[in-house]
Design a protein around this ligand. Structure first.
Ligand SMILES: Nc1nc2c(ncn2[C@@H]2O[C@H](COP(=O)(O)OP(=O)(O)OP(=O)(O)O)[C@@H](O)[C@H]2O)c(=O)[nH]1
Ligand SMILES: [Mg+2]
Length: 261
């Protein structure tokens, strides 16, 4: 039986934007969000770290000046991209969180589709797929593409799912769900962990097609060899107990408070 935190409805989204070296792509991302989903957003939660460039910081400052409380900036204390996301999950005030990037590799035009699906399926994860019909890769190296396909097929078999893209970190989930799970990864594998841990709990996952396009400014923080760490995360989670996936229930909180079966 599936045993995971559920919510009755979508109320508002916290859109998480981790930022390292983006300027124009960050600004473009925010403008598209304002155009498409302004009324559905509780906040845009920008996560920065010590290595975030001064140029990015100055774009963030301008966004704060123009948009006031809609922009929340958080200085991460945990390291790396996984650390940034984990802290953002805990700070989110919307009923749902949108996990995406600020480098335009997660096409912001699709956020409205993610939110529309989340309104229909508030307790499910809605995730973007580059492999689904209608999705695509542009500027992705051939070697990476082949490795990605093999990885997707192997892990969809291992997890017994028909999902086509488990590693694309572009998805929406309920805040309640992401705050209930015990996250472990600090680097990029956290992005994969955010799909497979909910899958193990029996959370339904819906895919929508999306087009991935290589960034045109700044560079990735994820060197190719680091992708091998995804295997460890995938195998470890597949064989861990469901109980270990959820945070321990706080003393004094009833089981129903933390998990509605
Ligand atoms: N705050 C913060 N943001 C980060 C960190 N690492 C990466 N980011 C941002 O997170 C987003 C995704 O990171 P990328 O390094 O582009 O990685 P990716 O596109 O998922 O990975 P590849 O496709 O393998 O290159 C980008 O907008 C980065 O600027 C970090 O340690 N802290
Ligand atoms: Mg990127």
């Amino acid at each position: 039986m599936s045993d995971y935190p559920r919510v009755d409805r979508f109320e508002s989204a916290t859109v998480i934007l981790p930022v390292m070296n983006e300027t124009t792509s960050l600004d473009e991302t925010v403008q598209i969000l304002l155009r498409d989903v302004r009324d559905d957003m509780k906040e845009i939660l920008i996560v920065v770290c010590k290595r975030t460039t001064p140029e990015s910081m100055s774009v963030i400052k301008q966004l704060q000046e123009h948009l006031g409380d809609l922009i929340v900036v958080h200085n991460q204390t945990l390291p790396f991209l996984g650390g940034a996301m984990r802290e953002a999950f805990d700070l989110a005030r919307g009923s749902h969180v949108v996990m995406m990037a600020s480098d335009m590799e997660t096409d912001p035009n699709d956020v409205r589709v993610l939110i529309a699906e989340a309104k229909k399926n508030p307790s499910s994860i809605v995730t973007a797929s580059r492999w689904l019909k209608g999705g695509s890769f542009e500027g992705y190296s051939k070697v990476k593409l082949i490795c990605n396909w093999i990885f997707q097929r192997s892990f969809s078999l291992l997890y017994g799912t028909r999902l086509t893209d488990m590693t694309y970190a572009y998805r929406i989930f309920s805040t309640r769900l992401v705050q209930a799970i015990q996250w472990e990864e600090l680097r990029h594998p956290l992005l994969f962990e955010t799909l497979i841990k909910p899958l193990r709990l029996g959370v339904p996952v819906i895919e929508i097609p999306s087009a991935w396009k290589a960034r045109v400014e700044g560079e990735s923080q994820n060197p190719f060899f680091r992708n091998f760490a995804y295997f460890r995360t995938g195998l470890k989670t597949r064989f861990s107990s469901k109980r270990a996936i959820l945070k321990p229930v706080r003393e004094g909180a009833s089981k129903k408070d933390s998990v509605c079966a």
